[in-house]
Design a protein around this ligand. Structure first.
Ligand code: FMN
Length: 339
């Protein structure tokens, strides 16, 4: 298992990232607050930013590349299809210290299609290859691609391998494959994460046929036991929704998947460590719920978790709310949990 990862080609040695387990890029969800929170629970997991468009970085007013140092290893996901713009943004990302830049070739939303990027780029492998090439020339960090197994009627294995052939030919060695195709018309992005059936075997086949490439699988993984099974077939597992809704799953990743025996933090310890972070955020003009909205699922499945969720949802958005709300939510949860 994982021979490719443990025996990297010499010319890529300086840029090796362990992609055994990663958290998927998720718009509005994997912002820097969520990533800081996630990092407390797992030191090894590779974290992805939300997709950031090249347009936002180049023409926007905010600093779309800001992150906390603690978040490493950290990959920036870019949305775009202009090789020059992608290269410019990859260069900025490398200068800012990102560990990887990933190109989004999997998002099916209309807005993204109008910009001619995301999943529809699967139909333009030469353009993706040209972008990878341009990006690699200016950024000395891995340039990777996240894609699907097909789009619309173009869902044959040959369609997928042609995409991989053309893009890897320009030096992309790391692919994450969401193991379902996307319908570009008629389904919402949410439906496109649920309706097209998962086909894990197709991704396993890809790894067998391209043993020299680093292939990660994504889609529908809800436990570390499942992740372990996938890792018998591919190099990495990327988890999205489960890592968000049930974040404490991350606390076992280092031990179970990385053989790292550092003791895991309890949920209460995670909260303790979030408090100074939240205070800093508020002092800088931020609001409590910017951070706590990502912590709602921390007690998922435990008695009292509803009180935690409800108290935070009802109080964290209020003007002037501070860490006392978090402490109040814990107190209420403890009161309501059966002893
Ligand atoms: C709220 C949300 C936002 C997402 N945003 C992105 C995104 O910005 N870029 C991307 O490549 N995929 C995005 N995705 C898709 C996920 O990265 C992932 O491929 C998908 O959720 C399947 O993995 P899962 O079954 O583990 O959730 C998003 C998914 C969700 C639920």
């Amino acid at each position: 298992m994982n021979l490719v990862k443990t025996a990297p080609k010499p010319d890529t040695l300086t840029n090796v990232i362990d992609r055994t387990f990663s958290i998927a890029p998720m718009l509005d969800w994997t912002d820097r607050h969520y990533r800081y929170f996630a990092r407390l629970m797992s030191a090894n997991t590779l974290l992805y930013t939300e997709m950031v468009t090249t347009g936002a970085i180049i023409y926007g007013n905010g600093d779309y590349l800001a992150y906390n140092e603690e978040e490493h290893p950290l990959a920036l996901q870019l949305g775009g299809s202009n090789p020059k713009d992608l290269a410019h943004c990859a260069k900025l990302a490398a200068e800012r210290g990102y560990d990887e830049v990933n190109i989004n070739v999997g998002c099916p939303s209309d807005r993204v299609q109008n910009g001619r990027f995301g999943a529809c780029l699967m139909g333009e492998p030469e353009l993706v290859a040209q972008s990878v090439d341009a990006m690699k020339q200016v950024a000395d960090i891995p340039i990777t691609v996240k894609t699907r197994i097909g789009i619309d009627e173009q869902d044959s294995y040959e369609f997928l391998t042609r995409f991989i052939d053309v893009v890897s030919d320009k030096g992309c060695t790391d692919f994450t494959i969401h193991a379902r195709k996307a319908w570009l018309q008629g389904l919402s992005p949410k439906e496109n994460r649920e309706i097209p059936p998962l086909d894990y075997d197709r991704v396993y086949q890809l790894k067998r046929d391209y043993p020299h490439l680093n292939i990660s699988i994504n889609g529908g993984v809800t436990s570390l036991e499942q992740a372990k099974v996938h890792l018998q077939h591919v190099d990495g597992v990327m988890v999205g929704r489960e890592a968000y809704h049930n974040p404490y799953i991350l606390s076992q990743v280092d031990q179970l998947l990385y053989q790292n025996d550092k003791p895991q933090l309890s949920r209460e310890e995670v909260i303790e460590l979030m408090l100074p972070y939240i205070e800093r955020h508020i002092q800088q003009g931020g609001r409590l719920n910017h951070v706590t909205r990502h912590m709602i699922g921390l007690f998922q499945g435990l008695p009292g978790s509803r009180s935690w969720r409800r108290y935070l949802s009802e109080n964290a958005h209020k003007t002037g709310a501070g860490i006392e709300v978090v402490k109040g939510a814990i107190a209420l949860m403890n009161e309501n949990a059966p002893s």
